[in-house]
Ligand binder design. Structure first.
Ligand SMILES: NC(=O)c1ccc[n+]([C@@H]2O[C@H](COP(=O)([O-])OP(=O)(O)OC[C@H]3O[C@@H](n4cnc5c(N)ncnc54)[C@H](O)[C@@H]3O)[C@@H](O)[C@H]2O)c1
Length: 423
């Protein structure tokens, strides 16, 4: 007897990342379903969406036609509640990073599993609330860090895991985005925001997940004057440093530089480079220079990029003739849905708790394992806020004698406790 299970999905926010990844996942899943011996033949259907104005949802519906289910679209203040009332098994949140928390809370509170874009939330207090809700409602709460699925990042982690590369001691990462992102794509929500929280977080997580250790200290600085006024709260570029300590008492330092004001005629869409130094080796990675450079008269570098990342979500004609758009940006969403399907349909109801615990133990995406990453983001936000208020050069220390996350201002003896509990 063949039985078919269904997972009904909700989507909050349908901007750039929806178009680049979620939409492709939902289209592929509608066309082919998902299968695994553990959960069988699975339908995944985009059932309802919640957006600010409804315009992007309508445009998607029109252009997708039958490639997506005839989803219900809700907009306005109660859009997320209505999306949940439509009846969904999981919901994805891809709103601007300072609007994740409210939607996530509603989703988990309704007993619906959650997949939220990075950074999950901006403070440890918010993280605690969501993790507690997921536990209470016995559902999954996971975050998308698609760069952990980049084959190059998987390889460096594998070499560390296998002891080939020994003991990281320092490193740097940069991710630079074009001006079009800050000036056009994100113009609705960019005031008061910074490119660090939005993209440095990829590397914070990569470092945290790949090398382990305990986050000790965060410092940061940045530049203003292009996206907003030179003394305002909106940042053009940021540079942060994190210090980690490992079990043997030795430390490592990591610098992460980000910007969203790189010229639009830059040859690649984003510049992404990492270097990690180990006791016995060196890893140099450049995701834009993986080997492809292509020039087309009249097209590059604007309409097409000169160096392209064909691993994230490239468009292809497959050798067997199909057109496809695929890569690790889509794979990471499918992986979450497979984890959820295994929990829901992977065995008898009496063993649900064990299957749930197994999925929750995956530290690459579970919210409960996002503590140090959220701590670094929380610290960065606090340091930049102080700088914008005229107090630059603050330092945040993690788990010291004054609290879990404590901000120190130069010249002031008074620590400011950002988070009481242990990180
Ligand atoms: N994984 C990645 O590499 C990656 C890349 C880009 C963005 N992101 C993340 O995805 C999220 C969204 O980024 P984006 O690039 O798609 O931004 P975007 O500005 O293109 O889209 C945001 C969307 O959310 C909608 N929205 C805003 N407020 C809302 C609300 N209160 N309720 C419902 N919808 C709302 C907007 O109308 C828009 O459609 C951010 O958290 C960002 O960090 C991740």
């Amino acid at each position: 007897m063949s039985t078919r299970n269904t997972l009904r999905a909700g989507m909050v926010g349908m901007g750039m990342i929806f178009d680049e990844t979620y939409r492709l996942f939902f289209e592929n899943a509608r066309a082919s379903g998902l299968y695994d011996r553990m959960f069988g033949d699975l339908d995944v259907e985009l059932t309802a969406v919640a957006t600010r104005t409804g315009r992007r949802a309508e445009a998607t519906k029109k252009s997708a036609g039958d490639r997506l289910a005839d989803f219900q679209s809700f907009s306005g203040d109660d859009a997320v509640d209505k999306m949940l009332d439509a009846g969904v098994d999981f919901a994805c949140v891809a709103t601007p990073d300072d609007r994740h928390f409210e939607a996530c809370k509603k989703i988990l509170d309704a007993g619906v599993s959650l997949l939220v874009e990075k950074p999950s939330v901006l403070s440890l207090q918010q993280l605690d609330e969501l993790v507690a809700l997921a536990k209470e409602k016995q559902v999954l709460a996971k975050v998308v860090y698609h760069k952990l699925l980049d084959p190059d990042h998987k390889k460096v982690r594998t070499l560390v895991h296998d002891g080939v590369l020994k003991h990281v001691n320092s490193g740097y990462c940069t991710l630079l985005e074009p001006k079009q992102i800050s000036g056009d794509q994100f113009s609705e929500w960019i005031t008061g925001r910074n490119p660090g929280t939005y993209v440095a977080v990829h590397y914070i997580k990569l470092i945290d997940f790949s090398f382990g250790g305990r986050l000790k200290t965060v410092t940061a600085t940045g530049q203003r004057g292009l996206v907003g006024p030179k003394d305002g709260p909106t940042w053009d570029s940021t540079q942060m440093r994190m210090i980690y300590e490992y079990d043997d008492g030795r430390e490592a330092a990591f610098d992460i530089h980000t910007s969203w004001v790189t010229p639009d005629n830059f040859p690649g869409y984003v510049e992404q480079e990492v270097q990690f130094r180990f006791d016995n080796g060196l890893w140099n990675g450049h995701s834009r220079k993986r080997g492809v450079e292509c020039t087309v008269e009249g097209k590059t570098p604007f309409e097409m990029k000169i160096s392209m990342n064909n691993h994230y979500n490239g468009t292809f004609v497959e050798p067997w003739g199909d057109r496809s758009q695929r890569g690790y940006g889509v794979e990471v969403i499918e992986r979450f849905v497979r984890e959820l399907a295994a929990v829901k349909f992977g065995g008898p109801e009496s063993e649900y708790a064990e299957r749930l615990a197994a999925a929750q133990s995956l530290t690459y995406n579970d919210l409960s394992a996002d503590r140090q990453t959220v701590a670094a983001v929380h610290a960065l936000e606090a340091i930049l806020e102080k700088a914008a208020a005229g107090e630059p050069d603050c330092v945040v220390r993690v788990n010291d004698s004054n609290g879990g996350l404590v901000l120190y201002r130069p010249g002031s003896a008074e620590p400011e406790v950002l988070y009481d509990g242990k990180v």
